[in-house]
Design a protein around this ligand. Structure first.
Ligand SMILES: [Zn+2]
Length: 54
């Protein structure tokens, strides 16, 4: 199974996250690469959905 970032369309490989051709017979699971994950968390925080407790 291949993990593809649903934001930047990079796929996860043994060498890290990169743009690459995906064979049509592979099963793709969508997720986030580390960069887009952090970006998404920041976007959510900006919307005030997640509140920090200090
Ligand atoms: Zn990404």
């Amino acid at each position: 199974m291949i993990i593809m970032c649903c934001k930047c369309k990079k796929i996860r490989s043994e060498r890290g996250w990169m743009h690459s051709h995906i064979p049509e017979d592979r099963v793709i699971s969508h997720g986030y690469c580390p960069d887009c994950y952090l970006q998404t968390i920041e976007e959510i925080e900006e919307c005030g959905i997640i509140k920090h407790v200090s």
